[in-house]
Design a protein around this ligand. Sequence first.
Ligand code: ATP
Ligand code: MG
Length: 373
Amino acid sequence: MSALGNTDMTATKPAAVEVRGLAKHYGSVIALQDVNIKIEAGEYFVLLGPSGGGKTTLLRTIGGFHKPTKGAVLLHGQDVSHLPPDKRPTSMVFQSYALFPHMNVLQNVGYGLKVAGLSKRDNQDKSAAALELVGLTGFESRKPHELSGGQQQRVQLARAMVLERDILLLDEPLAALDAQLRKDMCLELKHLQEKVGITFIHVTHNQEEAMTVADRIALIASGELVEHGNARDIYRAPDRTFTASFVGENNMMSGAVTDVSGDKVTVTVNDTVVHVDRRDKAVSTGEKVSLSIRSELTRMTLDPDDAQVQSGHALTGSYREAVYLGLTTSHLVDVGTGHDLVCRVVDDLDVLPQKDQPVTLYWRAGDLRLHTQ
Ligand SMILES: Nc1ncnc2c1ncn2[C@@H]1O[C@H](COP(=O)(O)OP(=O)(O)OP(=O)(O)O)[C@@H](O)[C@H]1O
Ligand SMILES: [Mg+2]
C-alpha cells in the first residue's frame, strides 16, 4: 500500500449516473414517478421490466432526449438535466434505428464523427478501430443490406462506441435478433463492456438477457423503480412480489398471515396452511402477504413418509400433468392454493404419477420467500 493508501479515492467519486426524484409526464400519462438510481462508473446496469413500464423513457431522459418533468439527472456529479444529448457524455443505441442504407459500413460508423468535423483520416482510423472492437474488420465496404441482423446490430454498436463517450445507453439492442443470436450477442456485449470498461445501461424486457449481461439490475414497472440490486440477488432473493413474479419462474401464492411466532410465520392461502421464515420482514396477523418459491427449488415425492415432508415445509395435493420442455420437465400439482404449483426438474421420472394421484411438494425452509409488498 502506498503512503496515500488509506485515502479511498473511490469513496468521493460521484456516480457515473445519478437520477434524483425523476418524474416524466407525457400530457396526462405519468411515464415515470419519483425514480432514484445511482449507477457507478464501469458498471453493466440493466433496466428490466414489462412493456410500457417506463424503461425507454428513463433511458432517453438520461441521454437528454427528454426533459424531466420533475427531478434531475446528474452525470459524473454534474446536473445535465437541461443539456441536449450531444453535450452529454452519453451515446445511445436505439431499438430500431436503421443504418443509412446508401452508406457502407465504414461510412455508417463514421457518420457522427463526420458531423462533428473530424478529419477524414482520423475518422477512418477511429471507425476502423470501433469495427475491430465489435468483430467486423473486413466488412468496411459492405452496405447494410449485405449484412445479417446480428452484423447490423454490431455496426450500430460501433457507431455509438466510436464517439468515445463514457456512458453507453442501449435500448433493447438485441430485440430484433432470433433466440440463438440473441444469446451469442448477449455474451459478446458483456465481454465488450468488460474490455472497454465504460458504463453500459441496457434496457430489456427479457430476464435471461438481463441475467446474462448485468452486474446490477433495476426492475421498472408502472413508472416506478420497484427494486434494484446485484443480478444474482435479484434472481435468488427477490424482495418485492413483483420482482418474484417477473424474474425467474416462481410459484406465487397470496394469502393472509394467521400466526407469527418468533421467526416463524404461518400464512393461509385459500384454505391451505403454509409455513415460512419471517427473515427481517415486519408482519402481523391478518396482514395480506405473498409467498414465492422457484420452480427449480420445488421438489416432488410420492412418499408421504419422506423426511423432508415431515419437516413441515411441504404441501400435499393432486398431480395434474407433466409439461415437457426439452431440457427440463415441469410437473404441475394442485395443492389447493388457487394455482397449480410447478416443480421443474432436469431428470425425468421413470414412472409418472397418475392424474389426481396424491403427491407432495417440498422445499428447503429458506427457499420459500415471504413478500409484504
Ligand atoms: N411520446 C409519448 N407520448 C405519450 N405517451 C408516451 C410517449 N412515450 C411513451 N409513452 C407512454 O409512457 C409509458 C412508458 O413508455 P416507455 O416507452 O418508456 O415504456 P417501456 O418500458 O420502454 O416499454 P417497451 O418495453 O414496450 O418498450 C407508456 O404508458 C407509454 O404509452
Ligand atoms: Mg421501450
